[in-house]
Design a protein around this ligand. Structure first.
Ligand SMILES: [Zn+2]
Length: 126
């Protein structure tokens, strides 16, 4: 398996209702997002997927999150709150939909909500 990683970031607000901790009140984070894709076969140029294509897909997803109040977006709700865990899960699903090559799987997405705390989603199909 080859695995590629790209990194991006966005700033947004969220509120985790019923959460007994710092995230219960409305506040913001500068999330750092690490995305990994994996696959077995390289193309004739010797690469798994063009970094430019991968970055373009991710930036389209990040643009939908950046400077938003995440609780108000259509894909989050009270049963799917915008925690770092669910943000990582959402980006995984959204990115996989954009990648047309069936041989390339999103292997993990990590959402850093601070310099020392992150949540990672790992699909179980890889
Ligand atoms: Zn928070």
């Amino acid at each position: 398996m080859y695995e590629l990683k790209i990194v991006s970031q966005f700033a947004a607000a969220h509120q985790l209702r019923g959460f007994e901790g710092g995230c219960e009140n409305l506040h913001g984070h500068n999330w750092k997002i690490e995305v990994c894709v994996a696959g077995k076969a390289l193309n004739p140029a010797g690469v798994l997927i063009d970094f430019g294509e991968l970055k373009q897909h991710l930036s389209e997803i990040i643009d939908m999150l950046d400077h938003k109040f995440l609780n108000e977006l259509e894909y989050f709700n009270d049963s799917y709150p915008p925690s770092s865990e669910n943000i990582a899960h959402y980006i995984t699903e959204a990115l996989q939909t954009k990648i047309k090559d069936p041989g390339i799987m999103v292997s993990r997405v990590t959402a850093w909500e601070s310099e020392n705390a992150c949540a990672t989603y790992i699909p179980n199909n890889i």
